[in-house]
Design a protein around this ligand. Structure first.
Ligand SMILES: O=C(O)C1=C[C@@H](OP(=O)(O)O)[C@@H](O)[C@H](O)C1
Ligand SMILES: C=C(OP(=O)(O)O)C(=O)O
Length: 419
């Protein structure tokens, strides 16, 4: 029996963010059970509160009281919203703010100010929303909110699905609903998550071909349990894959809305791991020797590109990760960040505009640059399991989505050592 550890992974960032927007628009009280408490979602919750809805944060439960005058009453007033480093906040909040009335200023960290917003702002303008933004249509921005009439709008979500999710979440609260015509879209499972969560709160939609249709409607408030974060879980699953041990993540099971669970069920399984998903948990056991999966197309699950790159040196042949162009415009240029860090550890890495190829090798220790990107830090921590001397320049950047990451990672290692 291989050593077994349980990893306590916090709530999904993406589910928490969507639930906050939905709850803000649902007339009445919504309780989010086990939401993610981390820099991104704390900033998000504070911004929602700044727009009017009440958000009370207690351990394990956030209670949101939606706007009493219903979904069209997101009364903004002169408000200043701060998104910190969060793409979900920076993309979802302009749409939410536009439903209200009055002036709203939205800003974020330097890192987030550098990330693209233009397709979303263009779509909002096409819908009649008055938005002024910094050069290049970046943050900070200013909205003169006066509700959204709705109707048909075109959108290019080829750089980020978050633009599409933003429009979908607010669509029921527009006067005519939205018919969104897509020219491109990435990270499709995140859009499926959005529509599934909208259905969980009583709003139906349709997505056929290039067109998403959402009629006007009202979200039903209620209690909502936030599942464990599948992207965060990927570091613990990858750790088991490297050590040959077993890890179970509770709160992440077969009813998950998160596409990133496919990192375990498809990618790690194809590398020789044993993966078991039950009603409410996922368990991964690593093999003796990791097999290369060859080329993996990660367009749908690109937040786990770095997790795969981090364990790729230990596979039995090169690993090529394809169709991940938008990884270059996230918290960092993630293709370059992983290539630079692994190269510093003596691994051969090749890259292209939308791909990265990692060759087998025995990495050596080095001080590596996280580029203030939580996922680079967490991924390289996994490499460090088999590589003494990997030192992160900024271990604290994990606070974006998992402030206690290093403690939990150490606890899992300890559990394995003791069994
Ligand atoms: O909608 C969401 O919650 C997210 C969508 C994805 O972004 P892109 O659509 O920009 O790839 C993902 O990378 C991000 O961490 C969360
Ligand atoms: C890209 C990410 O986050 P966001 O876009 O929400 O900042 C992430 O968490 O990897």
């Amino acid at each position: 029996m291989p050593p077994i550890a349980t990893a306590h992974v916090p709530g999904s960032k993406s589910v928490t963010a969507r639930a906050l927007v939905i709850a803000a628009l649902a007339p009445g009280r919504t309780r989010l059970i086990e939401p993610l408490v981390a820099a991104d979602t704390l900033a998000f919750a504070a911004a929602v509160r700044d727009l009017g809805p009440d958000v009370v944060q207690e351990p394990g439960v956030w209670t949101v009281t939606g706007l009493p005058d219903g979904p069209t009453g997101a009364s903004a007033g002169p408000a200043k919203l701060w998104c910190h480093d969060s793409g979900t906040a920076a993309r979802f909040l302009p749409a939410l703010a536009a439903l209200g009335h009055g002036q709203v200023v939205i800003d974020a960290s330097e890192q987030m100010r550098a990330r693209p917003m233009a397709p979303l702002l263009g779509a909002l303008r096409d819908l009649g929303v008055r938005v002024r933004a910094a050069p290049g249509d970046r943050l900070p921005l200013e909205i003169d909110a006066d509700g959204i009439e709705g109707g048909e709008v075109r959108l290019d979500a080829g750089v980020s699905s978050q633009y599409l999710t933003a429009l979908c979440l607010v669509a029921p609260a527009t006067r005519r609903g939205l018919r969104i015509r897509l020219s491109d879209v990435v990270s499709v499972p995140y859009v499926r998550m959005t529509l599934a969560m909208m259905r969980d709160f009583g709003v139906e939609s349709s997505w056929e071909g290039d067109t998403v249709v959402i009629p006007p409607g009202t979200y039903t408030p209620g209690d909502y349990r936030v599942e464990a974060d599948a992207s965060t879980a990927s570091y613990f699953f990858a750790a088991a894959a490297l050590t040959g041990d077993t890890v179970t993540v509770p709160g992440l099971g077969e009813r998950s809305h998160q596409g990133d669970l496919r990192f375990a069920t498809e990618v790690l399984a194809s590398m020789g791991c044993t993966v078991r998903v039950t009603g409410d948990s996922t368990t991964v056991t690593g093999p003796g020797q990791l097999r290369s999966p060859g080329t993996v197309v990660m367009r749908d699950i690109s937040d786990t590109m770095m997790t795969l790159a981090a364990i790729a040196p230990f596979a039995d042949a090169p690993v090529r990760i394809a169709d991940v162009a938008n990884c270059r415009v996230k918290e960092s240029d993630r293709i370059d960040a992983m290539a630079t860090a692994l190269t510093a550890c003596g691994i051969t890495v090749r890259t292209g505009p939308d791909w990265i190829e990692v060759h087998p090798g025995e990495p050596h220790g080095a001080r590596v640059a996280t580029r203030a990107d939580h996922r680079i830090a967490m991924s390289l921590s996994v490499t460090g399991l088999r590589t003494p001397g990997i030192e992160l320049d900024d271990p604290g950047c994990v606070a974006k989505t998992f402030p206690a990451f290093h403690e939990e990672f150490a606890a899992v290692r300890e559990a394995w050592a003791q069994t």
